[in-house]
Structure formats: structure tokens, C-alpha cells
Design a protein around this ligand. Structure first.
Ligand code: SAH
Length: 492
């Protein structure tokens, strides 16, 4: 029998603030709309009539374009007495059938489309087909050839709104973000168990966005038993994955291809990896022959796993992790990884304005990799003040703008870190910069970066436009699915 994982007292059931789904990209990012803050009252129609949704005149247009969301403001009336999770027919004002959708009276997205076909039955067979299709698409695209970590179901874009399933080796993590899949949770787990035969299905339905759907947070084993250690091998690199308390479902699978690209760019470079999480980009850069890699994250939990990943891959036996909160430091030994210095306060960003003095001093036994537990906004300033320079900088921050309503504030954040990064680059240096904010379009992101380069006084060329990996497909009729955008820029 697979041993059940026990949690240490220092490892909270709920992720710490810094660990809590900073970038629950897929779901938060899918909420970009002007309707966001204005919840309209849905008119309840005939309570004894057949349950169903009737749209206001002219509000069927987005559905005719196959966008799968129905906002409360578009609804004329809801007949019958449906409850959250029920499947309802949606009709235009003239009574013409448009779609079958999962109803949620507690959400601004009052219904999400399951199917456009009138003759479809939304039942276990329907879900079996949709899941099987998602799996076979990934097989046909050969997405498992170089990694046993993969997104198997990407919600709306795989025709299953609100459902995410990620594979980490023999373990599946299921995340439910809306009322439809919440209703079908057991059926969905059974189908995944049947089709994928994992040793465990773990549920991470604990993202903050569930509150917007009126759903309770849930985190725990759904099927089987969770092995002590969950890990994936991605392009030959082994990464531990904390499915219980790590960010998202445990790992940023969406950056798989972009991490691989980093490896090809890193040879002989001094690399700075900001918002490094468990060290993904850092390990690829090291394997690609980087001269040095400084990695920064605010989460000490993530950095602990990063150090473990480094050691497990034999990339650097003498890495050093440092933290900026000198006053709150505790020191623990970590096998094979030198000193790991951890901030108290459950991985929160360290409140400091300067890096500690010893940060500037490189100990004799330090390897190529250095880990820093710090707030990137402050650390970048400190590095600038110290006159540090790099050849390759990666900026992969958490989601600053879940919706368009946050775009302006987010734009300031993106500009700030990118401007600082441009200043830290040597001539000819590369900046790999990302945004996973649904509220920031690709266009806007490019404009922000252009503004940052201008203010930093550098000329830069775009050498790559980047997106999420192919296991995160984007349904053409659902542009919100394209939340992750990235640019690789070369400064003159
Ligand atoms: N690049 C990573 C994913 C980054 S996710 C990968 O490929 O795996 C974003 C990370 O930013 C998280 O690890 C989170 O802990 C960290 N973070 C959030 N706010 C931060 C801040 N102000 N300073 C430093 N790190 C921060």
C-alpha cells in the first residue's frame, strides 16, 4: 500500500499567504469583463414552468459566437426553481434554444455552457466523452513524450468550464472552480480514475475564486492515497511537487516550454530568476551552462523545495539560500544544500528595504546557484544600488491583474519590475518577461514593456513571443484562455 502523507506542523493545511495561489492563472484570469463589479438582479420567472434561462433581446450574440459564459446582466428571466449546479437550457428572447449550461445564481457568471447541441444529454457519458477527448488530444500532440507532468483538462478550453485536472506522475490533482463541475465532482473523479488509473486523485478546490462562485474551499484526497513524495520529470529534470499546499495545483505546468527555451539561452550567463517558485527556470538555466543563477521568491516554502530540486538533479551541491529579514531569521540545515535561511511568517514577502550585507559577499563554498527569500520589488532596487549586472533576467511574477478592472495598478507593477530589470542587464543581455494576468492583454503588456525600456534608457528588440504550453490550449471562441503571455527581449 502507498504510505499516506503526514503533514509537519510547519506545513499548514492551507497554503501560506505567499503560497496561496498567487497566480491561479486559469481561473482568475478568466474573469475579465466590464460586468465584473455590477451584479444585475436576475428576474425569477415562472416558478412552476420548466427550468430554463431566457436571455434579454440581443444578448445572445456572444453565445452565437460560442463564448461559453452567460453573465447575470444578459438574463431576462430564470424559470422554474433551479439550484446551483443544475443544467439548464438557455434560450434567446424569442425562445430559440442556444445551449445547455450549468447554472449558478451565486456567480456573476450565472451560467457556463456545457454544450451547444440541443440533443445532448449532460450526463456521465457526456463527461466521459469530453474527458476522453482532452486526453486523446494530448496523446496525439505527444505532450507526454518529454514530461510526466501535464495539464490534462484546461477548463473552458477543453469544453469543461470550471474543471482543471493536472497530472503529476501517478497523481492527479483536480481543481473545481464553478458550480457545474462541483455538482458532478464524484462522476468526474470516477471517470478520471477509470481513464487515467492514477494512484491518487487529490482535490485542490481551494482557490480564492471559489468564494466568487459561492463555493466552499476544499482540499484533500478524493481517490486512492497520496504518496509521500510527488515528483515529475520534465525534459529530464526532476521537480518535487507539493500537491497539498503548493501554489496552483502544485506546479506551474504552463511554463514548461518557456523553461526549456531558457536552457538554450543561458550558456555562460549570469542569470537572475525573479519569482522563481520551486526553481523551474533556475534549474534549466543551470543545466544550460549558466555561469551563475540568483533566484528570488517571497515564499520560503517554495524555496525549500527549490533547494531540494537543485540537489535532486545534482546541479549544484553547495547552493546557498539567504533571506532578507535579518531580524526574523532562523537557520536550518538542509541535506546537500548548505545553509537555508528562512523568514518566520509563513513565507510572506520580507518587509525590508535593503539586502543584508552578507548578500554581497559570496562564500567560498557557494555554488553557481543562490536563493534569496525576498520581495522582488525591493530586491531589484537593492541589486541596482549594489551595481549588480546580469546577462539574462527572468521575470515571472504572480497575477497582478485578475481582471481588466485591475489593469492600471497592475501596469504600474509590471513597468516597475521591468524597468529595474532593464537597468540590471549588461549590453546584449536578455530579458524574459511574463504576465499571467487575464486583465492585461498581450498588446497592453508589450506597451508596458516598451514604456519600461524607454524610461530605463535602453533599446530593445523582441526576439520571442511566448505563451503557455500546448497542454493549456486556448479555445478560439474563449480568448480569456490566453492568460499567459511572455516576451524575450534583447537589449542593445
Ligand atoms: N516561474 C515559476 C512560477 C512563478 S509563480 C515557475 O516556473 O515555476 C510566482 C511566484 O512569485 C510565486 O512563487 C510567489 O511565491 C512569488 N511571489 C509573489 N509575490 C512576490 C514578491 N512580491 N516578491 C517575490 N516573490 C513573490
Amino acid at each position: 500500500m502507498t504510505p499516506q502523507k503526514t503533514r509537519s506542523p510547519s506545513s499548514p493545511r492551507r497554503p501560506s499567504r505567499a503560497n496561496r495561489d498567487f497566480r491561479d492563472r486559469a481561473k482568475h484570469s478568466t474573469r475579465a469583463t466590464d460586468n465584473q463589479n455590477t451584479r444585475s438582479v436576475v428576474h425569477v420567472g415562472d416558478a412552476i414552468a420548466q427550468p430554463g434561462i431566457t436571455l434579454k433581446t440581443g444578448r445572445e450574440k456572444s453565445l452565437l459566437r460560442r463564448h461559453p459564459w452567460i453573465f447575470s446582466g444578459a438574463i431576462e428571466r430564470v424559470d422554474g426553481a433551479p439550484v446551483s449546479g443544475d443544467t439548464l437550457p438557455v434560450c434567446d428572447a424569442a425562445g430559440n434554444f442556444l445551449a445547455w449550461a450549468a447554472y449558478n445564481p451565486d456567480s456573476q457568471i450565472t451560467a457556463r455552457v456545457w454544450s451547444w447541441r440541443k440533443e445532448e444529454n449532460i450526463d456521465a457519458g457526456f463527461f466521459h466523452n469530453r474527458i476522453a477527448k482532452a486526453l486523446s488530444a494530448r496523446r496525439e500532440l505527444k505532450l507526454a513524450d518529454n514530461s510526466n507532468g501535464m495539464r490534462l483538462i484546461h477548463a473552458e478550453s477543453d469544453g469543461l468550464p470550471g474543471l482543471i485536472a493536472d497530472r503529476y506522475g501517478d497523481v492527479l490533482v483536480m481543481q473545481i472552480g464553478s458550480a457545474g463541475p462541483e455538482r458532478w465532482r464524484d462522476t468526474l473523479a470516477d471517470i478520471l480514475q477509470d481513464l487515467c488509473k492514477p494512484v491518487c486523485i487529490y482535490e485542490r478546490s481551494d482557490s480564492d475564486s471559489r468564494a466568487l462562485e459561492g463555493l466552499e474551499l476544499r482540499n484533500g484526497v478524493l481517490r486512492g492515497a497520496l504518496p509521500d513524495n510527488v515528483a515529475i520529470t520534465e525534459n529530464g529534470l526532476r521537480f518535487s511537487v507539493d500537491v497539498e499546499a503548493g501554489q496552483k495545483t502544485g506546479f506551474y505546468l504552463d511554463q514548461r516550454d518557456n523553461r526549456a527555451l531558457t536552457e538554450t539561452l543561458a550558456h555562460d550567463k549570469d542569470v537572475l530568476n525573479c519569482f522563481c517558485y520551486t526553481g523551474g527556470f533556475s534549474l534549466y538555466a543551470l543545466r544550460g551552462g549558466a555561469k551563475s543563477v540568483l533566484s528570488i521568491d517571497a515564499s520560503s516554502d517554495a524555496l525549500r523545495i527549490a533547494a531540494e530540486n537543485l540537489a535532486n538533479n545534482g546541479l549544484d551541491a553547495a547552493a546557498l539560500t539567504r533571506c532578507c529579514t535579518k531580524s526574523r531569521q532562523s537557520t536550518i540545515q538542509q541535506a546537500g544544500c548548505g545553509i537555508v535561511t528562512e523568514a518566520s511568517g509563513a513565507g510572506e514577502a520580507a518587509p525590508h528595504s535593503l539586502l543584508p550585507e552578507e548578500f554581497t559577499h559570496t562564500p567560498k563554498n557557494a555554488g553557481k546557484a543562490e536563493w534569496l527569500c525576498a520581495d522582488v520589488f525591493q530586491a531589484l532596487r537593492a541589486l541596482r544600488d549594489q551595481g549588480r549586472k546580469f546577462d539574462l533576467i527572468i521575470l515571472d511574477p504572480p497575477k497582478f491583474a485578475p481582471t481588466a478592472a485591475f489593469a492600471e495598478k497592475a501596469a504600474r507593477g509590471y513597468k516597475d519590475i521591468n524597468l529595474l530589470a532593464f537597468k540590471l542587464l549588461r549590453p546584449g543581455g536578455l530579458l524574459c518577461t511574463y504576465s499571467c494576468s487575464g486583465g492585461i492583454s498581450e498588446d497592453l503588456f508589450q506597451k508596458i514593456i516598451a514604456g519600461a525600456a524607454l524610461d530605463a534608457g535602453v533599446d530593445a528588440q523582441i526576439v520571442h513571443h511566448l505563451h503557455a504550453s500546448a497542454d493549456h490550449p486556448v479555445l478560439l471562441s474563449f480568448p480569456e484562455g490566453a492568460y499567459l503571455k511572455g516576451l524575450v527581449l534583447r537589449v542593445a
